[in-house]
Design a protein. Structure first.
Length: 372
């Protein structure tokens, strides 16, 4: 084998470790490397080569093309046995090649990937009896916490008519449509999908049918999730169709009930947990939000107290197993302000999990959920 052929073969092998960040597969497995050409450099220096890598992206204008090309550049330039100068030529796959790739991916996954036997993804459905208790904020911060702890994390905004996860994560782009298969948007390390990501709220709600159950099925089966460690669902408030749909589509999902301290919220929160009597879904625990406001070292119970404990005790008695109060979250204006700016409040500006206050509380909550 000539030196140039040996280099081309070695570079192809190195590129097998470059992973497409959306599909979670190597660029060689996906057929994205069309050709590799190594030629001696024009400077005639012995051992110097120009290496041109012909890359075919899955879609024109792929939002992560720069990430992929940077990784390819690095794989070529760091080759240890010769001095290689990388040149990346980027184009898009032909329609036939893309059709074949999508067909292969869909055939492998078939349908809802989370209902297959042996799936290791932990699924947590975040529910509340009524709106306004901070359920979506809890979902966003918990998802960001899992991601910051190193878990491959996905989140579905299953609150079809009151979607808020895109705003809480600062996600302003649309999912990439790969011939009918959608790539989730990634923000702060979390893979997200939401009706709110599609242009026109009214039209978005009609995306492939307005029925709630059908919309969840679409999110599960038409989005390429890979194999996340954790999947969170932000459910619509109440005890109705969506909770039952989740139980039917995701029989291994676990319910986390969010409430606030006052009886008007906690009484309804109990009913949202009691849906587990109708469907095979375990209630993992209760999160009490807006438990207190800390002022000059004193905890002010603005909304009363005891709601989370009441929900915990009543669900434990009704369901016949322990449903613990897993966390009591303070009322902090900072959580709202940072969240509305597009960054989950558990993260610092660099995306690392905060070590104090809310960061420590959500770390504890995430660890409790994963230990169960």
């Amino acid at each position: 084998m000539s030196e140039t052929r040996a280099i081309e073969a070695a570079i192809y092998e190195r590129l097998s470790r470059v992973i497409d960040p959306e599909l979670g597969r190597s660029v060689t497995d996906l057929g994205m490397i069309a050709a590799i050409d190594a030629t001696p450099s024009a400077n005639d220096a012995e051992g110097d080569y120009d290496v041109t890598v012909h890359v075919e992206l899955t879609v024109e204008g792929c939002p992560l093309s720069e990430t992929i090309t940077n990784q390819i550049n690095g794989a070529v330039a760091s080759y240890p046995d010769a001095k290689l100068t990388p040149h990346i030529e980027v184009s898009s796959m032909s329609r036939d090649k893309l059709d074949d790739l999508v067909a292969d991916l869909k055939a492998e996954r078939k349908q809802n990937p989370f209902s297959k036997p042996g799936v290791k993804t932990r699924i947590f459905a975040i529910a509340s009896g009524k709106g306004g208790v901070g359920k979506s904020s809890v979902t966003a911060n918990l998802a960001a916490t899992f991601a910051a702890l190193g878990y491959d994390t996905a989140a579905i905004d299953a609150d079809i008519y009151g979607f808020s996860l895109p705003r809480l994560f600062g996600a302003h782009t649309q999912p990439t449509n790969l011939n009918g298969m959608l790539m989730p948007v990634t923000a702060w390390g979390v893979k997200l999908i939401s009706i709110g990501m599609f242009a026109g709220a009214d039209r978005a709600i009609l995306w492939r049918g307005p029925r709630l159950q059908r919309s969840l099925e679409q999110f599960l089966s038409d989005v390429w999730w890979g194999q996340p460690d954790v999947l969170l669902l932000d459910l619509a408030p109440g005890t109705g169709d969506m909770a039952i749909s989740v139980a039917q589509a995701l029989p291994n999902a676990e319910l986390v009930v969010v409430t606030t301290p006052q009886p008007s919220a906690s009484d309804i929160a109990v009913r949202s947990g009691l849906v587990a009597l109708q469907v095979p879904m375990k209630v993992r625990g209760v999160v009490e939000n807006m438990s207190y406001y800390e002022h000059n070292g004193e905890k002010l119970r603005i909304f009363g107290e005891g709601g989370g404990q009441r929900v915990s005790e009543q669900l434990t008695e009704a369901l016949g197993y322990d449903v613990p109060l897993m966390a009591q979250l303070p009322l902090e204006p900072e959580v709202r302000e940072i969240g509305e700016s597009g960054r989950p409040a558990v993260l610092d500006a660099d995306g690392a999990l905060r070590t104090d206050g809310i960061g420590a509380t959500f770390r504890s909550l995430a660890n409790q959920l994963m230990r169960g």
